[in-house]
Design a protein. Sequence first.
Length: 123
Amino acid sequence: MELKKWIITIATMHNKRCGDLNFMLCSDDYMLSANVKFLGHDYFTDILTFDNSNDSEIGGDILISIDTVRSNALKFNTSFLDELHRVIIHGVLHLIGFTDKTKKQQLLMRKEEDKALNMRSFV
């Protein structure tokens, strides 16, 4: 329940309401298959976000590779839970409208992730 409140708070800060958000935790193999099938990208990733949002309400499906989250937590010397929360909020920020295609957009996305992570009261 606290995770849900956190996500709603972040969406509200950006003048959005939360609609249907579906999170699917999967393996690297499943993620690679989905990345190839839906985006034509033949590489591993930690998250895929499928956006069904409208102007005022965010919604969509977010696939998260638990294998990659686990390895990234080790790589970045953070806890599994912190890395999982970062990936979750990364997907939510995509639904809000943030992108990360350019270096400048990546820096803004990271800043927004950090701000959101610092607002967690349940960790």
